[in-house]
Ligand binder design. Structure first.
Ligand SMILES: Cc1cc2nc3c(=O)[nH]c(=O)nc-3n(C[C@H](O)[C@H](O)[C@H](O)COP(=O)(O)OP(=O)(O)OC[C@H]3O[C@@H](n4cnc5c(N)ncnc54)[C@H](O)[C@@H]3O)c2cc1C
Length: 413
């Protein structure tokens, strides 16, 4: 059994928030570290990670912490694709209590606490409000019971965040006047974590990898993986051959864009497109608000400066574009999003003119229900003969996902 060293990516935590600004010392250091990256076709790496999204960076950070000689190959820039297009929430997993998924809850809380501790200057606590229903699981009594359980789980995971609380309709008129009309039975308030600077998390992970002897090569698309005796050759689009004992394919939606021997490939899920609209409106300056649509979708309205990010709308993906920059919803998909949101929250009456930006990416889809795509609860992992594939469904759990991936790939040797 592998001994997993504990501890975090501490390098960035003791610094001041202004270090995060453009041209700050932290940024300059990270860029300097980037210039130090040197890769070599003569070297044999213990592990080659393909794809530098949060899944690939997480695995490489964990591997280099275990002193595994690691090379990361990223087609463009690390952390700039799906991982930079999220709603930016590191979930504690309150909603897992709905189906009493306690192990998922504990995993999420532990990962959330680790992000708070290790990337303190790139994240902040995010109070979240969810209007209560009159009857059923989302009404006052079950929600109070779930809050007690969640509070106990938070203590067990040493979460520094405040425990959940239930607000009365009167509390809501002062706390969130724009939402009080939706809260005739009061609202639940719990705390998640908001990534204010997701790019800093990617930079800190890159720095951690290189500080621990790992190598990162950006602007280096991979074209093929070949099985060789005792390991693999990873062939780049320029024809360079890199040798590794183990390989982890963390290409997310681009998993199939490189050639992989059939004997190694896992089953493939369908993919769906997910997108958030960034609107020039402020629904609440500090709190995220959950709004249930009439057709069973949940819209989360998250403050982003003076704007609000609303998401996430999922729709089956007809195809995956070659480049992330081409990931975009159609006019019809945007119109359906706006229609459903306005029906759930008419007072906002958002229109296309309110849209300031769109975050868009792709996620594996378990099935298609009448309410839209149903996502996988946690990542999909395959491993055979020292080769592994990760299909991530959550940014939140990148750290424990990395540990599970490494263990699975090592066990497959
Ligand atoms: C709209 C949306 C909102 C979301 N919101 C949240 C949220 O609030 N909280 C949460 O926990 N999760 C959220 N998620 C889920 C989360 O974003 C994903 O699970 C996670 O970012 C996936 O990371 P990844 O590393 O697998 O993929 P990616 O970030 O896409 O990384 C894949 C990398 O592979 C690289 N690549 C592609 N082809 C090649 C090649 N040939 N060679 C080398 N490299 C290549 C790409 O450039 C890219 O950098 C959201 C997802 C979406 C779509």
């Amino acid at each position: 059994m592998d001994i997993v060293p504990r501890g975090g990516y501490r390098w960035i935590t003791s610094r001041n928030k202004k270090d995060m600004e453009t041209n700050s010392p932290v940024r300059r250091l990270a860029l300097k570290a980037k210039q130090r990256y040197t890769w070599s076709t003569m070297e044999r790496y213990d592990l080659i990670v393909i794809g530098g999204g949060i899944a690939g960076l997480g695995v490489a950070a964990e591997a280099s912490r275990r002193s595994i000689k690691t090379l990361v190959l990223e087609a463009r820039q690390c952390g700039a694709a799906t991982s930079n297009n999220t709603l930016r929430i590191i979930h504690g997993g309150f909603r897992y209590l709905q189906h009493l998924q306690l192990s998922r809850l504990i995993r999420s809380l532990n990962d959330q606490s680790a992000v708070l501790r290790d990337f303190a200057q790139a994240v902040q606590p995010l109070p979240c409000l969810m209007p209560l229903a009159r009857y059923g699981l989302k009404s006052k009594i079950p929600v109070r019971a779930a809050s007690l359980l969640y509070g106990l789980a938070m203590k067990a995971c040493r979460s520094p965040l405040p425990p959940p609380t239930v607000y009365s309709p009167q509390d809501m008129t002062t706390l969130a006047p724009l939402v009080s009309e939706l809260s005739p039975h009061g609202a639940l308030c719990w705390h998640d974590v908001l990534m204010t600077h997701p790019e800093i998390i990617a930079l800190a992970l890159k720095d951690h990898i290189t500080q621990n002897g790992g190598v990162i090569q950006e602007n280096c698309p991979v074209a093929e993986i070949k099985r060789k005796s005792g390991g693999f050759h990873v062939v780049t689009s320029t024809g360079a051959h890199l040798t590794g004992t183990q390989v982890i394919n963390a290409l997310g939606p681009w998993l199939d864009s490189i050639a992989v021997p059939d004997a190694l490939r896992g089953n493939r899920p369908e993919w769906c497109k997910g997108f958030n609209l960034i609107v020039k409106r402020q629904i609440h300056p500090t709190h995220a608000i959950g709004i249930q649509s009439k057709d069973g979708r949940l819209f989360f309205c998250v403050p982003r400066g003076s704007h609000t990010a609303i998401g996430t709308w999922y729709t089956p993906a007809r195809s995956i574009p070659d480049h992330h920059t081409e990931a975009t919803p159609s006019h019809d998909e945007i119109a359906a999003f706006i229609h459903s949101f306005n029906a759930a929250y008419p007072i906002m009456a958002i229109s296309v003119a309110d849209i300031e930006g769109i975050d868009c990416g792709f996620l594996p889809m378990k099935k298609l229900s009448p309410q839209g795509p149903v996502l996988y609860g946690s990542e999909i992992l395959y491993a055979a003969h020292g080769y592994g594939e990760i299909m991530s469904t959550k940014y939140t759990t990148f750290r424990s996902q990395a540990q599970r991936s490494l263990e699975k790939v090592t066990a497959s040797l």
